[in-house]
Design a protein around this ligand. Sequence first.
Ligand code: AMP
Ligand code: MN
Ligand code: MN
Ligand code: MN
Length: 282
Amino acid sequence: MSSTTNFNADLHCHSVVSDGTLTPEALAERAHANGVNLWALTDHDELGGQQRARAAAAVLGMEYLEGVEISVTWMGQTIHIVGLGIDATHVGIVEGLRRTREGRANRAKLMAEQLLKVGIPGAYEGALHFAGNHDLISRTHFARFLVEQGVCRDTEQVFKNYLIEDKPGYVPHLWATLDDAVAWIKAAGGVAVIAHPGRYKLSAMQMDELYKHFKDIGGLAIEVITGSHSPNQFATYGKIAQQYGFMASRGSDFHDPDESHIDLGCLPHLPDSLTPVWSMFH
Ligand code: AMP
Ligand code: MN
Ligand code: MN
Ligand code: MN
């Protein structure tokens, strides 16, 4: 399948099983209504929504790839690796993700302690209230709680003022290693993709090292068209994909109808000069 204008793949989004606000079924319907032909649910560090997403897509006659977005620590920074076309029941990835999730509850408690020090009480319970899956408490749930409390007007402002490095609610965390994440995805029969490369606070040299190492260990693609990239970045990362010989992926990173700038399936198509990652699956 090529990236011709009538094929609509959206291979990155989140449900209530991680930090999205819609169920897998509601996401499937929304994707289908928006014209998506090939869909993947890619919850953070969690495969609990895969069966529901696959079943809902099948009912709608929409092609589906089992997916995940794995939190990784690389050179002291958090990066995200998407896995596509995995077997979500494969023991290696299931067990690896269980370990990756483990530290989240403790991190959340530390975040709440720090927020208390700046005059925001009850953040742990408050964030938990927004988490559809208590094993997957994320900064996004804290952001929604702080908006509810009237501390900030939207989640973007909460991240900017409270939840990123050097801000009061930020707690550093050690996620999976890049090598483990890619190995789990490969062993589960999937393709590893660097998510939203434009978002990382890494130097050009570090990014070069990331691409080369990722490629060495069997990583095959990067996201080019994503809700996290500006139009300039679509061009930049299209060139990177060609330069390093990666396939290109496309995904909205949709979380919520009000919070997400880009809806499911509603983003530019991949340039024809790139090899779509879904060519692996057709
Ligand atoms: P966590 O895995 O708990 O560290 O949370 C990461 C999630 O927070 C990401 O997947 C995004 O959904 C969200 N996020 C990160 N940075 C921002 C930001 N600047 N604005 C809004 N949401 C963000
Ligand atoms: Mn998220
Ligand atoms: Mn991400
Ligand atoms: Mn995401």
